[in-house]
Structures are given as structure tokens and as C-alpha cells.
Design a protein around this ligand. Structure first.
Ligand code: PBG
Length: 355
């Protein structure tokens, strides 16, 4: 940091002689009248010049649901996060709506006895996710419900699609996912958010929704979903981690790629996506910025389970101030161009912002 009044030796190239020479100059001689610290001098001036802010309107709450009644279970890998039975979840969502949270994204932890190779339980109109949608919609109609149509909570191998001879078959998976999306729309879902990365799923879902009279049901595409190790704790939360055979690299994007995410975005938009999402969050801020700049679409970030748990773990060890890191990480998404964030911190942030 340059100190006013102090003289600094600096090299200057003169116009006529291209010979550098040393001369002592003060800060004002070096920077002219420009002093960037002037606006940082007080809380009021920092607030006045702040370019990005976080509000409850930016928050989507991803939440885990479990079968049964009156159940709330802690998740070891995600300190502070629970799975709720539908009745308990409805109470939580009422609280979230009062706090002003825009939308929820429920993910089901389905009993293992109902999982199989094709994830056929996803086609049961009374499955856990459809029950959740109906109960929340009835009790708290003002909050948005965003639901995933991927198969992973329902398959016994943990993949998002149908596994045949060691391969996730694209078109049969899209057919199943599309039928699931229709059931979720019938149950009252406001936004279908397919996280499976199968080719052609957005167009297929849009066509099916429109054909069934659900023109107003939106699609938020998991457009750039990366083959990431940051999803670990989520897999514990919905109990797919131990089941997963192999990995998801044949359908999620390789973490080395950025152009490919733009081609996914272009395709999803052409197929009828209303909103785009980038996942995970913080390690992929460059993708959010690029997508926002190139397509000017409503663009969302998913701060995933591993990101949440890393912050919590460092906080629990006394290594960082967890609350400040939470707020700073969320603000970073806004700065990168995100219009909203799916974050497990949503309830805590909403409470803080309120008060
Ligand atoms: C799968 C799905 C994943 C997440 C949500 N839906 C990833 C996966 O299991 O591969 C991750 C969310 C998180 O980590 O918070 N369709």
C-alpha cells in the first residue's frame, strides 16, 4: 500500500528518450488524484458503492425428505442439515415462506426396498417426491417448488439414468425422466429441474408438458453439471453413495471443460429451458459468468453439499468464521452473475438477513 507523503523511487520512461531513469515521487504524483480507499472509509460509503448484494429473493432451499411421520434425522456428513418426513417438512417450509425464501428444491431419500435397476418407483404417482409436492403445494402455495426428475434416488445402482450392460442408455432414460416430470407437474411442481444430463431431455420434457396442458410449468435445466467430487455428502443424505456402481463421467461434464458448457446452454435454450443452472458452485464461477454473458438467461448456481460441508468443517475446527465465509461465498455467486443460488444455508441466511 502506497503511503501519502512518503517518496518512492520509480522508473519512468520519458517520451523523447526511451531510457528509463529513477526519480523519487510521492503517491499523488504516481496515482494523480485517484485514491480508491476513499470510498472504503466508512460503513455508509461502503454500502453506497456496493455493486452486488444478497437478498432472500436469491435463495432456493434444497432439502431432503424421508418416508414416515414425525421424523427428523441428522445427516452425519452435513452438520446442521436434516432429512424430514413430509409432515415435518411442511412445517419447515411454512417457516421458510415467512422468511421470504423464493423456492424449495426437495430431494427424496427413498426406502431401499423401492429401488431397482430402472428406478421404476419414480413412475409411482404416490411416490415420496409426489407426496411432498402435493403436501407442500396445499399448505404453502406461495412458495415455488422445484423438482428433479433424475432417476438416482430410485435406482439400486445410484445412477441418474437406466443402466444396461454397464452403460447409461440415453433415450430410454429420457423417456422415463419425461414421464416422471409429467407426474411431478400433475402433483403441482412449479419447475421441473432435470439433473441427469441426458441428451435431449429438455426438449422431450417441454414437449410432454405442453402436450399435457402444463404450458406454465417451467424448466430449470441443470445445464452445466460437472462430474464432481463435491457431491459426496448429498449421496449420503439420499443414501445413494454406497450403491453407486462406477462413476458418472459418461454423462456429467468433465471439470476441464468450459466451451462444452456453452454448447449445453445453447442446446438447452433451443430445446425450451426457462432457466439455466451451473453445478457445483464456487469452483465453477467462471462458467456462471461466461454463461450469463453469452446467453443473458436467468442463471442459477448450486452451492453443493461438499461446499457446504467444507465450510462447516472448517468452522467447527475454529479455522474460519463460518458465518462470514457463508455470506462471502454466496455474494461471490451474485458477483459472478448468478440470479439465485440453491444453498443448504438458505434458512440460516434468510434468518440473518431478516435480522
Ligand atoms: C443427482 C444429483 C446430484 C446432486 C443433486 N442431484 C449429484 C450426484 O449425486 O451425482 C448433488 C447435490 C449436492 O451435492 O448438494 N441427480
Amino acid at each position: 500500500m502506497l503511503q501519502p507523503g512518503k517518496l518512492y523511487k520509480c522508473k519512468v520512461v520519458t517520451m523523447n528518450k526511451h531510457q528509463p531513469f529513477s526519480k523519487s515521487r510521492s503517491v499523488d504524483e504516481i496515482t494523480g488524484h485517484r485514491r480508491l480507499r476513499r470510498n472504503r472509509k466508512a460503513d455508509w460509503s461502503r454500502r453506497l458503492v456496493r455493486e452486488n448484494t444478497l437478498t432472500v429473493d436469491d435463495l432456493i432451499w434444497p432439502v431432503f425428505v424421508i418416508e414416515g411421520d414425525g421424523r427428523e434425522e441428522k445427516i452425519d456428513a452435513m452438520p446442521g442439515i436434516s432429512r424430514y418426513s413430509v409432515d415435518m417438512l411442511v412445517r419447515e417450509v411454512e417457516r421458510m415462506a415467512k422468511l421470504g425464501i423464493a423456492a424449495i428444491a426437495p430431494f427424496p431419500n427413498v426406502d431401499l426396498s423401492r429401488r431397482n435397476a430402472t428406478g421404476s418407483e419414480i413412475l409411482n404417482p404416490d411416490n415420496l417426491i409426489c407426496q411432498t409436492i402435493r403436501a407442500v403445494k396445499q399448505a404453502v402455495p406461495e412458495i415455488g417448488i422445484i423438482t428433479d426428475a433424475a432417476l438416482d434416488p430410485f435406482t439400486d445402482h445410484g445412477h441418474d439414468g437406466i443402466l444396461q450392460d454397464g452403460i447409461i442408455v440415453n433415450d430410454a432414460s429420457v423417456e422415463q425422466i419425461t414421464r416422471a416430470a409429467l407426474l411431478q407437474a400433475e402433483a403441482g411442481s412449479d419447475v421441473i429441474a432435470p439433473s441427469d444430463m441426458m441428451d435431449g431431455r429438455i426438449g422431450a420434457i417441454r414437449e410432454a408438458l405442453d402436450g399435457a396442458g402444463f404450458q406454465d410449468v417451467s424448466i430449470m435445466s441443470y445445464t452445466a453439471k460437472y462430474a464432481s467430487a463435491f457431491y459426496g455428502p448429498y449421496r449420503e443424505a439420499i443414501n445413494t453413495g454406497g450403491l453407486l456402481k462406477g462413476d458418472k463421467r459418461s454423462y456429467y461434464i468433465d471439470p476441464g471443460n468450459s466451451d462444452e458448457a456453452m454448447r449445453e446452454a445453447e442446446t438447452d435454450i433451443a430445446e425450451g429451458a426457462d432457466m439455466l443452472m451451473v453445478k457445483p458452485g464456487l469452483p465453477y464461477l467462471d462458467i456462471i459468468r461466461r454463461m450469463k454473458d453469452e446467453f443473458a438467461m436467468p442463471t442459477y448456481a448450486y452451492q453443493v453439499s461438499g461446499e457446504y460441508s467444507m465450510i462447516e468443517a472448517a468452522h467447527a475446527n475454529g479455522w474460519v468464521d463460518g458465518e462470514r465465509v457463508m455470506m462471502e461465498s454466496l455474494l461471490a455467486f451474485k458477483r459472478a452473475g448468478a440470479d439465485g443460488i440453491l444453498t443448504y444455508f438458505a434458512p440460516r441466511v434468510a434468518e440473518m438477513l431478516k435480522g
